[in-house]
Design a protein around this ligand. Structure first.
Ligand SMILES: [Zn+2]
Length: 301
């Protein structure tokens, strides 16, 4: 089966590809694929390879967490929204971000290198007419006289770091998938099922604002006796989890909806429940609602 062999090759070499890429700076130094200043090439290539290889080692130690996030349960079983979010973050968003980091690094490196060469040429009142003039500057400028030295080094390291870790990340997902014996066939034929969701609110007399926070519970429709997994309280407007801020008088508790980016956009809810009571109340109501839902959806005999 040549196709199976090809797949096995890729699975085994996803990680190796990253390691090779991490060692690339050392290789490209010889090939001269990227232009760069002569005096800093040795240091830069060595340190970049070192950083990338270290990052790979750290990632490899982190492989179980990655695997658990991407394959939370056996294919075909139900997953919660939180599990789906983690699966997307670990399986798709992070490696794509690392890949983008590599591309950004390449663009930044070439941009800063160009600016730097132009800067040197200007200082020497020299016109860059062709490749020769540029090579002269790259070859003859001493380390201390290189403009934009820090951004050049940083973007160079970022480029290889991003590319090597992106490859290894994908490689680790493949590795874990093979390790826990989930085949691509399983994943295609039996995709993960999202749990059923039910939104609800708690009755609260003491609320001062127009909107009352809501909860949701999820339940696995594939199970015989499903249980309600409660999440919340959440702000209806922003769909964010509320944070408990403390007691504010008799039977009054402050809960805040906090914007992680803009601290000024926070707003508060005054509720009659603290964290312990609200959890009990929500769990009790969720169980009742779930029972009603199951009883209603099943045909009565
Ligand atoms: Zn809000």
């Amino acid at each position: 089966m040549p196709v199976k062999k090809f797949a096995a090759f890729f699975k085994a070499y996803g990680i190796a590809l990253g390691v090779i890429l991490a060692a690339m700076p050392l290789a490209t130094k010889a090939g001269g694929l990227l232009p760069g200043y002569q005096t800093m090439k040795d240091t830069l290539t060595f340190s970049t390879s070192l950083i990338s290889l270290l990052a790979i080692a750290v990632l490899f130690g982190y492989r179980r967490q990655i695997g658990q996030a991407v394959f939370p349960v056996v294919p075909g079983k139900s997953i919660s929204r939180e599990q789906l979010r983690r699966r997307t973050n670990y399986g798709t968003v992070t490696p794509i971000m690392l890949g983008s980091l590599a591309i950004l690094g390449l663009i930044a490196y070439l941009t800063f290198l160009n600016l730097s060469i132009a800067n040197v040429a200007e200082g020497q009142r020299q016109l860059i007419a062709g490749k020769q003039d540029m090579d002269m500057i790259l070859f003859n400028t001493p380390l201390v006289a290189i403009p934009f030295l820090a951004p050049i080094c940083l973007s160079y390291a970022m480029m290889f770091f991003g590319a090597a870790t992106a490859f290894v990340w994908y490689g680790l997902i493949e590795y874990v998938q093979a390790e826990i014996r989930i085949s691509d066939e399983d994943l295609i034929a039996k995709p993960y099922v999202l749990m059923n969701r039910h939104d609800f609110k708690l009755d609260d007399d003491s609320t001062m604002t127009d909107s009352i926070p809501f909860f949701y519970f999820e339940w696995d429709s594939q199970l015989e006796g499903p249980i309600a997994h409660v999440s919340g309280p959440l702000c209806e407007t922003h769909n964010r989890k509320l944070q408990y801020k403390g007691k504010r008088g008799i039977g009054k508790h402050e809960w805040a909806c906090i914007d992680p980016d803009k601290k000024k956009k926070n707003h508060i809810f005054i509720l009659s429940y603290d964290t312990v009571i609200i959890r009990q109340m929500a769990k009790a109501k969720a169980s009742t609602l779930l029972q009603a839902e199951i009883d209603g959806s099943l045909p009565s005999i």
